[in-house]
Design a protein around this ligand. Sequence first.
Ligand SMILES: [Zn+2]
Length: 296
Amino acid sequence: MIPYIHEFDFAYGEASWISGNVRRLVANNPGPFTGWGTNVYFIGRSELIIIDPGPDTDEHFALLCKIIGDCPLRAVLVTHHHRDHSPMAPRLADHFGCKTIGFGPPLVCAADNGFEEADHTGFSPDIRIRDGQVFDYEEVSIECIHTPGHTSNHMCYAVFPDNGLVCGDHVLSWATSVVIPPDGRMGEYLDSLELVKQRSFCKLWPGHGPEIPNPEPFLTAYLAHRAMRDAQIMQQLACGPQKISQMVPVIYAQTDKKLYPAASVSMLAHLIHLRETGHVACIDEPALSSLWYLPN
Ligand SMILES: [Zn+2]
């Protein structure tokens, strides 16, 4: 069982200190995929770096400007190109005369995937970073860690000396993250979870919801949950060839039917990974409507 954390102490409109050099603001964009809203992180004390400024609305922009005040804004970092994380980045950077920083555009950008957490089309940071790059600022240094899986361009940002990780949608404290093919890839996602687990961060600061104070056991449970899902799928296919639409009501019997479209996409991500590792096969190319079976 994943030790989910559902209690979240915050107030909309307020950036509160969560570490020596880190404040968190919850944007007022709650929803099924954004939870309480998008967490916007303010890093630094005498100068600021903002990670994931959130959605581009006038009200949210005014709030960010008020919180920044006279403090110099050095950079706007983005974890990934989803509409609830990145759209405010260029506007904010333009206004304060700094650069947007991120991995770059995704490999595949969907026009509309039907999810609230849709792609921010046209996302293109001023500075494109790679894994391991470090930015040094007045009080903090920020290490960029490429964590593909949720999206191909997903970046986590480690903040030192605080030793916490701003982890975007890679890990959430109150739910599993979604992996939506083709840009989201389950194999890469699992590798990226292992990568974060191997680092001894004190805390994970997700893109939505409360912080994760004890990352190692949480990530172990997160990985075990994915392995369990693989096992359930294999068990279903052991009964004979099946489509996703047949397996979802069985495996997600306890889940609200409204979430079945999301569950179906998640199952496709698992099946694509199981196919790549030789555990399952399908007729034609993998798609939501494919017929899946166990190879001989
Ligand atoms: Zn996302």
